[in-house]
Ligand binder design. Structure first.
Ligand SMILES: CC(C)(COP(=O)(O)OP(=O)(O)OC[C@H]1O[C@@H](n2cnc3c(N)ncnc32)[C@H](O)[C@@H]1OP(=O)(O)O)[C@@H](O)C(=O)NCCC(=O)NCCS
Length: 149
């Protein structure tokens, strides 16, 4: 059973997130690195929850390939490009005998599942659910070949 963590489920936080979206400014108008549209307290809360979830899943594992973001331009989606990238990434993961880990939006879950990533947890955020996914290591064949007498 996957673990579920809820973050900022209150209406006040949701309202703040919605409102802040509608007053976005162009980047050149920004004073610094933090855009005005970003609800910083909400974002920090979500970031901390995601970090904790990642730590829970891969904190004690060695050799982990972590996918931070996979994104295909909208007009090129559903043409197999995401799968092609994942194929390449997973070949590399297996070649090096690594675990795979990703915190996925709902749009990515089907894609990652096709490549043996399993949902092992979920973080509920005001922006929607994030699935925590782990791809287990391929067992390397360490068996000694049988001797024929
Ligand atoms: C998720 C994403 C990377 C998939 O890329 P893609 O090139 O469209 O993927 P493919 O064409 O290879 O399709 C792979 C599978 O994902 C599914 N899929 C693609 N887009 C999807 C979406 N928006 N919602 C649900 N499933 C989706 C497809 O149905 C397909 O499964 P199927 O072959 O069994 O039908 C792409 O939709 C994207 O960039 N989304 C926005 C960013 C994002 O959410 N990234 C994932 C989290 S890090």
């Amino acid at each position: 059973m996957a673990d579920v963590v809820k973050v900022g489920g209150n209406d006040e936080l949701k309202a703040r997130v919605t409102t802040s979206k509608s007053r976005s400014k162009s980047r050149s108008e920004d004073d610094g690195w933090v855009p005005e549209a970003l609800d910083v307290p909400a974002w920090l809360e979500v970031s901390a929850a995601l970090r904790n979830e990642r730590e829970r899943v891969v904190g004690r594992l060695e050799d982990v390939c972590r996918i931070t973001l996979l994104s295909i331009r909208p007009d090129y989606q559903r043409l197999g490009l995401g799968s092609a990238l994942m194929h390449h990434i997973c070949e590399d993961i297996d070649r090096h005998g690594r675990y795979g880990n990703v915190l996925s939006s709902p749009a990515g879950v089907r894609l990652y599942s096709k490549f043996r990533f399993e949902v092992v947890g979920r973080v509920e955020t005001p922006y929607g659910p994030i699935s925590s996914m782990l791809r287990r290591k391929v067992q390397r064949d360490v068996s000694v070949p049988k001797k024929h007498y």
